[in-house]
Design a protein around this ligand. Structure first.
Ligand code: PGA
Length: 253
């Protein structure tokens, strides 16, 4: 049985002090969530403060991006080892906002996945089709292509431990989520793609999140789907009340 995983992608929101306050509120509301893994992904500058607030709790710390090189002349970048040093266990890779605004490519996401795995981080690899791709009937081709590229050269045991987030671009931040049925269908397709790349065991173990306008009201529709193992939450993760509802909806057993 896969343990569901809910991650809060805070994007470019919250200073260190604000992040600490939000993390403290979440710890108070959630206590020790059981049957679900919870990851907070604040901006880099709030990692230390949020990490301190969740220390010795069940909540985990993650980052929103990293560079694939271990070190070097890469002004403005952060390495996997630096994230580990800051207390991260997870890192979001290939978010559509990075692909769209910062030129991130499938190849770059693959390099980052390798670097994250080498450093012992759990990559949360985002895939998702844009609206015009969906309208053109290319959804399956697009997400399979993104995932295949991300997994290139990844060992089966490593693939098994990864998290894939299916985030249709048209659903992110729009208040217009996919349906539970469609999230389940695409998640099954992604699981099959992991199977082709890394074998049946990896496919059975890999966790697949849905992301895109998940909130306290609609979360059960996604989290009750058999192929959906959690959620990647943007806007609603900045609201302690809403995020706690989503986490408890995801908890299994
Ligand atoms: P949203 O963002 O929940 O605000 O739609 C999700 C994401 O971008 O990960």
């Amino acid at each position: 049985m896969r343990t569901p995983i809910v991650a809060g992608n805070w994007k470019m929101h919250r200073t260190a002090a604000e992040g600490r306050a939000l993390a403290v509120a979440l710890v108070e509301k959630m206590g020790t969530p059981r049957g679900v893994e919870v990851v907070l992904c604040p901006p880099f500058t709030a990692l230390a403060a949020v990490g301190a607030a969740v220390h010795r709790t069940a909540l985990r710390l993650g980052a929103q991006n990293m560079h694939w090189e271990a070190q070097g002349a890469f002004t403005g970048e952060i390495s996997a080892a630096m994230l580990v040093d800051a207390g991260c266990r997870h890192v979001i890779l290939g978010h559509s906002e990075r692909r769209q605004h910062f030129g991130e490519t499938d190849e770059g996401v693959n390099r980052k996945a390798h670097a994250a795995l080498r450093a012992g981080l759990v990559p949360i690899v985002c895939v998702g089709e844009r609206l015009e791709e969906r309208k053109a009937g290319r959804t399956d081709q697009v997400v399979r292509g993104q995932l295949r590229a991300a997994l290139a050269g990844v060992e089966p045991a490593q693939a098994a431990g990864m998290v894939i987030a299916y985030e249709p671009v048209w659903a992110i931040g729009t208040g217009l989520p996919a349906t539970g049925e469609e999230a389940n269908r695409v998640s099954a397709l992604l699981r099959a793609t992991v199977g082709e790349a890394a074998g049946a065991d990896a496919a059975a173990q890999v966790r697949i999140q849905y992301g895109g306008s998940v909130n306290a009201k609609n979360c059960a529709e996604f989290l009750s789907q058999p192929e959906v193992d959690g959620a990647l939450v943007g806007g609603a993760s900045l609201d302690a009340e809403a995020f706690a509802v989503i986490v408890s909806a995801a908890a299994r057993g």
